[in-house]
Design a protein around this ligand. Structure first.
Ligand code: SF4
Ligand code: SF4
Length: 205
């Protein structure tokens, strides 16, 4: 199980003065966030989740048939379900992702009141070419797990359990014993993610 990176990278606009505040438009934040998620391969995980009826966009009035989301916002871009929290945690980017989006004001449920221009101090997590394979591996595990369980929607129940436990882990502060207990619990919950763990081992080595 990964240890999180120590703090997010500072934003930089490549000026000779180095790192400082960078101004983004609201739209650029959404585009950059979506691009980062794409490079991390989270869409592979979403595709499996959606194919088993787990879409987090379900029932949203902004979801257009065959077209997808008609009103992308900073809130939905930043938001992570249990699978994605776990995934970013294991690849060591959860803290950076959370820190980046905590700077962005006006996030709400399925909409935002983010100003048209926002200054940020911390940078979006950096991706690399190896990330997408990790997303593919986790997606393959999820599909295999769902197919091997009689109970329909097994992975969706797992997603909710992971979500709750990841939240507890993210908020356990300096309580080391609790942190270790929660990490063990997550390890047990994800013991069947064999392809993902294999890919993770080679990613870390
Ligand atoms: S709940 Fe998570 S995995 Fe499922 S579609 Fe939404 S973001 Fe993707
Ligand atoms: S607003 Fe959010 S929940 Fe609604 S369709 Fe768009 S991404 Fe999905």
């Amino acid at each position: 199980m990964s240890e999180q990176t120590n703090g997010a990278r500072k934003a930089s606009n490549d000026s000779p003065e180095g790192e400082h505040t960078v101004s983004f438009t609201r739209n650029a934040l959404i585009v950059d966030g979506m691009k980062t998620l794409g490079e991390l391969g989270t869409h592979h995980i979403c595709n499996v989740c959606i194919s088993y009826g787990g879409s987090c966009c379900r029932g949203c009035p902004h979801l257009a048939d065959g077209l997808g989301c008609g009103q992308r916002n900073t809130s939905c871009t930043a938001w992570l379900c249990g699978f994605l929290k776990y995934y970013l945690y294991e690849i060591g980017l959860l803290d950076e992702w959370q820190s980046f989006w905590e700077q962005i004001p006006g996030q709400d449920y399925r909409e935002d009141f983010t100003p048209e221009r926002v200054d940020v101090n911390l940078a979006m997590p950096r991706t690399n070419v190896r990330h997408e394979r990790l997303g593919l591996a986790l997606a393959a595990d999820l599909r295999q797990i769902e197919q091997s369980h009689v109970a329909i929607g097994f992975i969706l129940t797992l997603r909710e359990k992971l979500d709750k436990t990841m939240d507890q882990l993210m908020h356990c502060g300096a309580d080391r014993k609790r942190r270790i207990r929660l990490q063990r619990k997550i390890k047990m919950m994800t013991a069947d993610f064999r392809s993902f763990h294999q890919s993770l081992d080679s990613y870390r080595s």
